[in-house]
Each structure stands twice: as structure tokens, then as C-alpha cells.
Design a protein around this ligand. Sequence first.
Ligand code: CU
Length: 501
Amino acid sequence: MSRAFTRRGFLASVLAGAGAAAGGILLQSCATLPESAPRPAPAPRPLAIPPLAPSTSDGGVRTFRLTAAPGDSGFLAGARTPTWGYDLPFGGPTLRAARGERVRVHVTNRLPETTTTHWHGMTLPAVMDGGPHQPIEPGATWSPEWTIEQPAATLWYHPHPHGHTERHVHRGLAGLFLIDDAAGAGGPLPHRYGVDDLPVVVTDRVFTADGSFDETRRNAHGLVGDTLLVNGTVAPYHVATTARIRLRLLNASSARCYRFARSDERPLVLAGTDSGLLAAPRPVPDVLLTPGERAEVLLDLEPARPVVLRSLPQDLGAVSGNERSIGALDTLDVLQIRPAAELEPAPPLPAALPHDPGPDPATATTVRRFELGNNTINGRTMDMSRVDEVVPAGATEVWELTNVHSRPHNLHVHDARGQVIEAGGRAVPPELRTWKDTVYVPPRTTTRLVLRFGRHADPATPYMYHCHLLYHEDQGMMGQFVVAPPGTTEVPPILAGGDHG
Ligand SMILES: [Cu+2]
């Protein structure tokens, strides 16, 4: 069973329908990256599906509990891996709530050090955001509460302790937070969780000889792995029983980027990006996700005809020398999909999706410019006592991001949702704009983004904007903004917090 196939041979056998029951999968090795300890190619395993987090109704508030704690995972045959997780040894359960609901999460820290829990993509009051200013000390419980005020989307949660985010996430702390429309989980897209609506949380790791995660060998991008974990599964497969599946893709890696595509060269059908659905499903040849970005894609399947979701080499626009070290030259098999011999039929693709029109850049009240440098933003590194920007509550603004550096960077803006209106000197027409909270900015290019900010004014508590290559964030590639009542010009400096952990 553990006989190693070459990738090409494996794919050929899968595509011929012969590889579904037997054989291993060999991830293409990356000669210039730290090599995992030599070991047999792992046998395919069923894709783990993180459980939906249970909730109770507490005075009309949907209430969840999460506990971050050390655990022990079995990713590789014959080896145990020390990991961290929320309620699980690795990863975390999927939280799910509907637009308009009030939610509360009791987050308990059973880790040996201070952490935080950030709700990535969520519009919410700054004190609930879970950034570096909301530390959870060991043994403590933090209980943020807010109202879901945004449309259906695939969000996620992860630690954000200043200077230590990469390590906390790398050890396994990350989970999805799905937002449904007010009408509930239904709608025109597949929505049976774990059946035809599948979480696909993609990360990469290097394993040491004893099976531990190697968290010591970084390059300039951070920790880049040679083995993929999808929902914590190495070499995963999923048996599909429906003719259409929806994949909720999350790049939860520290630095590695993925260009997702089907092995049979049929298009993916893009239905949503970071913080919202498209106006209508759109066939695309591939989907590039840099760290922190999400996409919802639909795959139509034929009975008994396996297909592989792969990541193909990417043109990150990187100045020569970075493609290899960030893994952009690699071809990786992400997930084998094995359709059953009989599939539940799929309806025609919906002509329209529940969708909020994007903000009109003509209504932007401010244009802010940010230079992404060598782990700096506008020439500065993160200072928890400094407010870099003051944004009026509910504002629509244009943020102009220029990567003046030779390496790939992206930018995630807390509390805000927006759309890219110009990338690499080219305007993005309104019909091709999609909802984003994290955007890639290739080296030596400018990306212009129209952003709509939340309405929760709190001049004393900052939100973050930062590179989501987590090592860069930890190195200080982050700034702080407060959302203030419109007209506010003076805000108090932010002195709380410190270097946690
Ligand atoms: Cu960066």
C-alpha cells in the first residue's frame, strides 16, 4: 500500500480510474527548501473534516467555546507530532453563524504562553478583534461578543500575538468561521457541510526526523514547507457523492502561495473570495491564493472519474531568486477527489448569487498610500504604542499599496472589506471585482483597493493592517489604525499591551 508512485505516474493512474484504491502519493520535493527527513511516501488518507463547533443560545446570543491547548497528532505513519489546536490536537472546529446573529466565543488559553484569537475578515468592534492588544494569558478566558453584520463568506480565526504569530499558527492554531446569509446555510450553492460543502485548509510543513514540525529553518519569506497538510491530513482524498462540490479554500500557510487548478484542465468555477460571494459563478483556469486569502470554488464531477486539485507553479512577479525559496516553482497535489460510481445530480449553475455590490471608488473620502518595504510599511516597523492612521467610522477609502521591495508581500486590513480596483497598472473593471480583505502586491507594483470600514468607533483601541506572510508580520511589517467618530483629528496614543509570549 505504501509503494511510492512518481507524481506523473500517480496522476496517470488516478485519471485512468485505477489509482483510487491503491498506491501512495509523492509530493514533488523542493530541492532548494529544507528537506524533510527521508521516509516512504505517505499512503492517501481520507480528508479530515473539522467538526462544526457546537453552540448554545445564551439569552439569544449564539455562544461558542474554544480552548487552545497543546496536543499530539499522527500525520505520518509511525510518528507522533507535537501540535497545538483549538479543541482538537491540530487546527480547530468550524464556527458557523448567520448574518444578523449575535455571537459570543469563550476562548480559554491552556497553552504555556500568552496568545490571542483574531477573527480574520470580521467587521466588529476593535476590542473584540483579537489582535495583539487583546492578550489571553495562560489559564485565562476571553469572551468577545459581537453582531454579524456582513454577508455570507468564508472567514477564519487564528492567533495574533505580536512577534509570535507565525509560531502559534504553525503549531496548528487555525480554524474556519463560516458566515451564512440571514436566511441560513441554504441558497443556490452546495451547503451540506462535509458532504458537498468542504473546508480545505491548506498549510505546509517540514517534518524533522522524529516527526516534529521544523520551526527553526526559515528563509526570508518565513517557514516554507515541503509537505502539505490539508485540514491536517497528508496526501488526502475525498469520496464525493454529488455531481457538484464546493471547496472553501484557505491558504493558512506562513509564506507559501498556491495556484489551485484541476488536474483535468477543466476550469474551476469561482463563487466567492475572501469576504463575499461573486455576483455570479465565474469559470476561471486557476485561483492564486497568498497567505490568509480564501476562495470558494465549485467543481463539477463525473461518476467514477477521479480528479486532483493541484497547486501549479506561480508567477508571483518576484525578482529573480525568490521564486524557488518561496516554493513558487512547485507543482503539488493538494486533494484527490474520488467521485462515487453514482452521483447525486447537480442543478444548473445559478445565474446569480446573493451579493453586495462593491463600494464605488468615486465615493472614497481619502486616498492613503502605503509602501511595503523590507518588513516595513512606510519605512517603519510595528509599534504597539503608535497610531499610524485614523479612519472615520463607516468610511469608504482608497488604499494604494506599493511593494517597493524585491520580495512578495501581501496586505490584510482588519475590520474592512473591499475590492481591488487596479493591479499592476491595470484597472480592474467593476464586473471582475471581488470582495477581499487580504490582497497580494507583487514586487515593484502598485495595487489600489477600495475599502469600506466598520461603523464601530473606538479611538482608544487599534486595528491592524499587515503583511500576512506571518514571519514578515512578526518582524514588524504591520501598522495600526483606529476607527474614530467622523471629524476626529486627535486620538490618544495606544499604550496598552506589549510584547506578549
Ligand atoms: Cu511580507
